[in-house]
Structure formats: C-alpha cells, structure tokens
Design a protein around this ligand. Sequence first.
Ligand SMILES: [Cu+2]
Length: 477
Amino acid sequence: MRRIAGTLFALLCFGGLTGTASGADGREVVMRAGPYTLGAFETLKPKDIVKTPTVDGYITQMFARLVDASGQPVEIQKVMLHHVVFINRGRFAGDRKAKCGARFGEPFYGTGEENQSLDLPEGYGYRTRPKDKWKMQTMLMSHSNQAQKVYVEYRMRITRERQEPVTPYWVRVTNCRNDPSWSVPGGGPPGAVSLRSKLWRVPENGRIVAGGAHLHGGAHDMTIRQPACRGRRLMGSDPTYGPPEHISYNVKPVLHEPGPVNTAWFMSGEGVNIRKGEQLRITAAYDAEKPHGGVMGVWHIYVAARKRRPKSACAELPADRVERKLTGNVRDSPPAVRIPLTSLRDGVPTTLEHPEGRLGFFESPLDRPIVDVLYGKFQQVNLSVAAGTTVTWKFTDPVPHKVQAANGPRAMGSPTLAGGSRYERQFNVAGVYQLFCYLHPMTMHQEVTVRPGDDPLAEFPDEGVDAVGIDENDDYY
Ligand SMILES: [Cu+2]
C-alpha cells in the first residue's frame, strides 16, 4: 500500500517538476503555509493569505502537498489534502471578466486527491509579481485519533526570463452558484451515466495550452467540446482510480467516496485555438448507477492570448497535444464503493455494522418523524419508516452538525446546520440508509430503514437528477 502511494507521489511530484517543461533554467521555490493543527478525525477548511515568491517572473510549474514540521510528506492515514486552491488577489482585484460576481481574485492552481501539478508547455508561464497577494483555500481531513500538525507545502518552478503569459480560467459545470458541488442520486440501470454540462462563452481570442479537471469519486470523464464544429472534442481529462488496496479505500473512517488518484493533464505548445464569444460545451460525466454525494466538475484551463481572431473556428487540432494519464496499477473506471460507518472501540476505529439505539417505528408516510440533534447525538438513532415518509432533523445543538449518507440506495446530505435550523428529506426509495454527521464521524451515526410502501397503489417519485447539495466543498472556488 505504502509503496504504491509513494510511487505515485514520486512520479507526480518529482517527475513532474524535473520533467519536460521550461523548468531547466528556472529556479525551484518551496514555500509553506501553516501549521494547521487538526484534532482527532477533524476536518479543517482554512482560508488564509499565504506567502508569495515575491519574484518578478513566471511560474512554469507548481505542485502542493502536505508535509510535517520536518518537511516529510504526510500520509493519508494521518491527514488527507482533500483539495487546495491558490487564488491571486493582487493584480486583478475584481476586474476579471467571466468570473463569478461574488468571487474575488483569480484562482490559478488547484489540486486535491488527484495530485494534479500545474505544468505549462515550454515557453509559457503564469505571471507573478512582487506585490501579488495570494489566498489559499484548502480542506484537510484527519484520519487519525491523535492531534496532527501539518503544513501545505507548495513548490514552484519560477523563471525571470520572459515567457508567453497564460490566463487561468476555472470553469465549473455548476456555473456561479456558491456551492460548486451537486449529488448524483444513483439508482440508474447498469452503466447509466449522469451528464452535467454548461456552455462556456470564451472571453478572449487565444489558445488553450494546458488544462486538467478536478473531479470526485464516481467520475467517468470531463470534456470540452465545440458545438460550432459538429461538437468535436477539443480536450478531455480522464480520471484514474487507485487499486482496491490503495490507502484511500482503506483508511478509517472513510469520510467520503475516494476521488481519482489522477486526472489527465492536457498540454499543447501550439495550443487549441479558441475565439472570443464562441461557446464551448463543458461536460462532467458521472456514473449514475450508484449514489455519489457532493461531486464536482471544474476545468482548470490555461489560455495564452492572441491578438487576432483565429480565421477558422474548426482548424485542425494541434498535432503536439497530449492528455497525460497515469498508468500502471490504476483503474480507468470509477469503482463501486460502499462506505461503512465507523466508530471507536477501545480507541481503535472499527467498522460499525449497525448503530446502537432504540428503534422508532413509524407506520405511515403521514407520520413525520422529527430527529433532534442535540448534545452531539442524533436523539433517535434507528428509524423504520414507510416509503414516502419525510424525516426532519432539527439541529438544536449550538455546535454545527450535518447529516449525510455513508451508504444507501440514494445520495443525501444536509448543509452544516446549528441553533435550531431544520433539514427535511423525503425517503421515497426503499432500503437501508446509513447516515452520519460528517463533522463527528466517529460518534454520530443513524440508520433509516425505508420499507416499501404498504399501499401498492401509492407511487412516490424517485429522486430527481439533482439531489440536495452538500456544502463540504463550498470553498473549492
Ligand atoms: Cu456533528
């Protein structure tokens, strides 16, 4: 297990940084943000202003990871870097077009479980200036029952030599709403795929020279297509998944469906021509057979400007384009994953078959059970309800909690709530739903058994394509 993770890391980090691009004459700069101290099984979402290289030059490569005080990489068994985004708030204070109105600054590098490194083709760079101000948004998840102190280390290859500047675009299939995630409810026939796409109006004449996708577990791929040219595929970013023995499937507790260990990185020195005002179709494809809570689809696209508008929209695609994929001991399709509940038994994280507690039996869908969330507990742990029943959670605790499905026939999840806020969910599909509080995964469990409807004539609609969002990723940008 360890060896696999190590090999992946070496390939992506050191291989990436010493590899092909213009780096040879650049300088490697290593910086750190933190420390961040996580309590047992705690999730932290720091949003901090971080140090910048204060160089007048160009970043040609970048990679971020978690390290400990001595600079050693931190393994997922201790803390996972669920995602991190670096946002330049210096030069662009609010004047970037084609950005989400309320969002401020320019995200220029992001990664997560996919270990994506920013890697620009030779001759291109992301401009950095001494007075730039960077904000870093990240999500760190502890898998340890002891406090952990970690740093986010970011390595950059920087050159002072003039490079062709690139502008990064973060294009999300969810447009500009606050929460970039959504849920695929599941329940589709074998092989069913759920597509989510949007048209992106290209803001400038230019060439896409690099890009990659941020995707979560369950993703099949993410593409950019050109409707004006018979919908041809301009580029794609295929995810690859770790083997069953990969650590992200074996940590305790598994807090979410493990994401890809890599997403393909697109590069072309020549670049894919795009024209101002043209609409491109951005699509994320997810498996629709199993439920996938809180998924995302974000393209990180790097565009080199071009003064004149390319004459033909449908010119041949550049011959030098590559979609660099991880190969070896990996899986190309999203594996079916069942996430168990986990609790501490004598200090050891242990799989919990069923949460312990009195069973509340509710006869008819007209019963509307209310679960009080108080004193760090679901006051009703086990429920048996008829299909069509609406369950309400009342988050009485002053401490925030959130309820979401670990496993079950359909995805579900509430936002983080406290102080008396309520969350409602109608259960229309029969089966066993094992739920937990995402913020207190070892102590707050619940099981809702949904019985098939007693009235064979009653029909309840299956959940729509868009189940409720989960706000765990609202800081991805
Ligand atoms: Cu909680």
